[in-house]
Ligand binder design. Structure first.
Ligand code: NDP
Length: 303
């Protein structure tokens, strides 16, 4: 009997865990790894809360281990984005000219930006979304992080390795960050909090030199001198390639229907592209496992 062919889109913890499970179940598996193989965890530093690593593990190492584990059971990993998925009349799917019996979508999520007028012109000129990628450029400089979640706290602490001062700009007095992460930032002498404030404008010539801030309570405006701004205000699901095929929530998350299978029989979802609540590496991996098991069982029932 010919082995069933599975395409997994995405190579973060969800995609690679799905690859480990499906390839161990003797399915013929290809992982389309995207342009950032390993996903968001490759842009973070140490992961302290993934079970099994009592002293933590670097995000990139964790993802490399998952990839090797999937390849050990025969999964192929191909770098690069896919443009589309076509549903065929014979219940198969076509991706890059090849037919597949089932597809697992684990495309993750991407950083949100502030939504300021012409903000894209400042990207790379002082406006960034990944502190671990670009923090290095701010040695002995002043930077700001926008956000009040765990990402903002973690990235602010990371940036203090390079910058002389790091502002955390939060639009309210409330934080979504966990107590432990918030306290770590509050205890860091290089970090200063600016609360109830939003950036309304970037100011500079070739590079950001100042930002205009507005106080969200008093509406008072201020100018702050700095060299760079990092956003850590959450992520949006990477669901565009299948948004015409699979139902999504109002904010674009792919909706599963039965278990991890979507309303399109044979297409399964896992990880941050479908998770608007937990968004953890471990929950993404768990989602990949569930999608793989649902996929195997669904394929068995098709025979
Ligand atoms: P969160 O959704 O937790 O926090 C987003 C923050 O950005 C909030 O403070 C929010 O403010 C603010 N925000 C949203 N939109 C805007 C805007 N337009 N302008 C200004 N501020 C804005 O996202 P995170 O990325 O921080 O975390 C996501 C998940 O990942 C969480 O579950 C977190 O626990 C987890 N995580 C865990 C880490 C760890 O344990 N090591 C590290 C990093 C993340 P408001 O509250 O006002 O909406």
């Amino acid at each position: 009997m010919t082995r069933k062919k599975i395409a997994i889109i995405g190579s973060g913890p969800a995609g690679l865990t799905a690859a480990i499970y499906t390839s161990r179940a003797d399915l013929d598996v290809i992982v389309f790894a995207g342009l950032q193989p390993g996903g968001q965890l490759t842009t973070t530093t140490e992961i302290e809360n993934f079970p099994g690593f009592p002293t933590g593990i670097m995000g990139a190492d964790l993802m490399e281990n998952m990839k090797k584990q999937a390849e050990r059971f025969g999964a192929k990993v191909e770098i690069g984005n896919i443009e589309s998925i076509t549903k065929n009349d014979d219940k198969t799917f076509t991706i890059k000219g090849q037919k597949y019996d089932a597809v697992i979508i684990a495309t993750g999520a991407s950083a949100r930006y502030l939504g300021l007028k012409n903000e894209e012109e400042w990207i790379g000129k002082g406006y960034h979304s990944c502190a671990t990628c670009d923090g290095f450029f701010y040695r002995d400089k002043i930077v700001a992080i926008v956000g009040g979640g765990d990402s903002a706290m973690e990235e602010a602490n990371f940036l203090t390795k390079f910058a002389t001062k790091v502002y955390i700009i939060n639009r309210t007095q409330k934080f979504r960050a966990s107590e432990i992460m918030l306290k770590r930032a509050q205890d860091n002498p290089k970090i200063e909090f600016i609360l109830d404030s939003k950036i309304t404008k970037f100011i500079g010539n070739e590079h950001i030199e100042q930002v205009e801030l507005i106080n969200t309570v008093s509406n008072e405006k201020n100018i702050l001198d700095l060299n760079g701004v990092f956003v850590a205000i959450g992520h949006k699901p990477n669901s565009d390639i299948v948004k015409d095929l699979i139902p999504t929530s109002a904010n674009g998350y792919l909706l599963p229907d039965k278990g991890m299978m979507t309303k399109v029989p044979g297409i399964f979802v896992a990880g941050d592209v479908t998770d608007f609540v937990y968004k953890q590496a471990i929950t993404a991996a768990a989602g990949g496992c569930k999608a793989a098991i649902d996929c195997e069982r669904w394929l068995e029932n098709q025979e």
